[in-house]
Design a protein around this ligand. Structure first.
Ligand code: NAP
Length: 243
């Protein structure tokens, strides 16, 4: 049984990724920050379906907490072979109104969070010469976004992290790839309000919001043996938004 850690898996995209991987036979570690209820609900759902799942509360920005989570997940199932860096925070506002605290928090969760999980999982992957990392960026890390400067910087950083790590870890047999979602129907998008959501749908050539499952399938592909010769890539899944 192979073990995957999915950060931010209590809700939204991470939840769909955990569900998809669990049904493909991975033992899944469901990381979350606040929503114990949602994480528990998912563990119960997956366990009832005959899958292996366990939940771990940890702030991905806290490297010690992440290291402890990776250790415990390894003990619960087996050492982590797949990391999906999905946990993220976003928010809208002018660049001038972004406080030092907000700037630091976006970077700490969205970018350092990914660094923390990879750092914790790497020793085992390197010693086994096997492993896979899938990072979740955003189209706003590929293209600029007004009023989301801090968020866009973190998501562009995730792409640089993906490509650089892919180069560094290839000799160790570890693949690193990235999915860049467009506008996906989760809490993160619903907070924008109905009018903005409808505008975003109009801007999406395929004429709909993406579903969390649309992203989960892309992540599962990168995680699979079928992507065995693919590393350092960014797959945009956005209904044509930034073509
Ligand atoms: P979401 O619905 O807001 O869910 C966020 C998830 O991340 C929750 O499970 C949350 O846990 C967890 N989380 C937040 N901060 C955390 C922290 N510090 N430590 C651990 N877990 C934390 O978001 P989403 O839309 O699914 O987005 C998931 C990822 O996709 C993010 O990286 C986001 O930037 C990216 N993305 C989303 C979209 C979109 O349109 N939705 C587009 C492009 C990229 P709790 O439930 O415990 O709070």
């Amino acid at each position: 049984m192979k073990t995957a850690l999915i950060t931010g898996a209590s809700r939204g995209i991470g939840r769909a990724v955990a569900r998809e991987l669990a049904h493909q036979g991975w033992a899944v570690g469901i990381n979350y920050l606040n929503r114990t209820d949602k994480a528990r609900e998912l563990v119960e759902e997956l366990t009832a379906a005959g899958c292996h799942a366990a939940m771990f509360q940890a702030d991905v920005a806290d490297s010690a907490a992440v290291a402890e989570m990776v250790r415990k997940l390894g003990e619960t199932f087996s050492p982590v072979e797949l990391v999906v860096n999905n946990a993220g925070v976003s928010g809208q506002g002018l660049f001038q109104d972004t406080t030092d605290e907000m700037w630091d928090r976006y970077l700490a969760v969205n970018l350092s969070g990914a660094r923390n999980t990879v750092k914790a999982a790497l020793p085992h992957m390197i010693s086994e010469k096997r492993g896979c990392i899938v990072n979740i960026s955003s189209i706003w890390g590929q293209r600029g976004a007004s009023c989301e400067v801090a968020y866009s910087c973190t998501k562009a950083g995730i792409i640089a992290l993906t490509r650089s790590l892919a180069m560094e870890l290839a000799p160790s047999g570890i693949r690193v790839n990235c999915v860049a979602p467009g506008v996906i129907n989760t809490d993160m998008v619903q907070v924008l309000g109905q009018e903005t959501v409808e505008e975003l749908i109009r801007e999406t050539p395929l004429g709909r919001l993406g579903t969390p499952e649309d992203i989960a399938y892309a992540v599962a592909f990168f995680a699979s043996e079928r992507a065995g010769f693919i590393t350092g890539q960014v797959l945009t899944a956005d209904g044509g938004f930034i073509v």
